[in-house]
Ligand binder design. Sequence first.
Ligand code: PXG
Length: 439
Amino acid sequence: MLDNRQIDLAAYWMPFTANRQFKAKPRLFTSAKNMHYTSSDGRQVLDGTAGLWCVNAGHCRDPIVKAVQNKVAELDYSPAFQMGHPDAFELANRLTALIGGDYSNVFYTNSGSESVDTALKIALAYHRVKGDAARTRLIGRERGYHGVGFGGISVGGVVTTRKMFGPLLPGVDHLPHTHNLEKNAFSRGEPEWGGHLADELERIVALHDASTIAAVIVEPMAGSAGVLVPPKGYLKKLRAICDKYGFLLIFDEVITGFGRLGSPFAVNHFGVQPDIVTAAKGLTNGTVPMGAVFVRKHIFDTFMTGPDNAIEFFHGYTYSGHPVAVAAALASLDVYAADGLLTRGAGMAKYFEDAVHSLKGKPHVIDVRNIGLVAGIELQPRPGAPGARAYETFVKCFEAGALIRTTGDIIALSPPLIIEKKQIDELVGLIAAALKTVA
Ligand code: PXG
């Protein structure tokens, strides 16, 4: 047990946190195992969010812990440029086999933000290498979240992550988001209404001309901005329009990768093959920072031209393919396979769906939406105090023994994929109880 008041909290500038509010009443975790965190005051807290959408196999799984411990003692670091280590190649082979299709190659990064910027750079460079240098525009979507790099915030559509930091990348445009409570409130799975919103890409083409557009990037399911499940047919339509005009399609699977929707990737779940796929988070079960970018064979092959001694893509990170991160990823894949976790969500989805939809009719709840092991529960904002209701619900849940995540007035649930039915009941029960106590 720790007394939070004895820790000097002053120097740490916390990310995406109300620093003064937090430090006035801190919430600290000191350990974790499987579905639970232990808080600094010694309480068990049920993890309803897999950390931040990353601890898909549950916490401190022995094979992953051991793999990291062993690797750090054996090969602490190996240069990423013009040198390699065997595990990095093995991981790339296993990842391309896992995602399937004709994804032939993997580029390593250290985070989702870096994966996004890497993917955007691959898209721009791809057209340049092909001699199509006029294709420089990038198309994102309103309410999209693609991390915090300048590329990611430029194509992203979350105003708070954009407004302070301009000018952003030029030549970016945005598709409309697909959120519409009048049409789709309390949808189960993919909403019926909204597939036609993909046609808005045609309007963007008419405005800018197809010859200027390099790529379209979307989250197959928008996570951060409040769990927006793609309407039926939407992603297939986007793919078709991209094909028609020669745009690369990028799926940002930082959240949806590694089993979140009940399939290994959203690519598999929706049967749509984008040209480039970004990943991070669940890649190492959140243990060690790591991201990855998957490309299809035609993308990689386009770069493999010119003299053999020429570097084909001037991009990379000191820690691309870090041995300890790679060890964590390999062990995570082993655990996912041994426990069947990358498809476990498919079997649990219906139970989870029924449980979260039982919140319909509870105080303040204006929508519940879900897919796989993800749910969004939207609350009516308190007049004049947007976000306050959801934040207070989050604090009450934490005090009662459950970790949830909120964005604005939306509660997002994304538990570790090992969650059991009785833990789903517990999580939803604690949220229902908290909602009753929030004004
Ligand atoms: N793309 C997507 C789709 C993401 O969800 C990133 C990129 C950036 O990843 P990094 O590793 O650079 O943070 C993300 C990150 C939340 C939440 O509560 C979501 C993210 C991060 C933190 C909190 O919704 N997503």
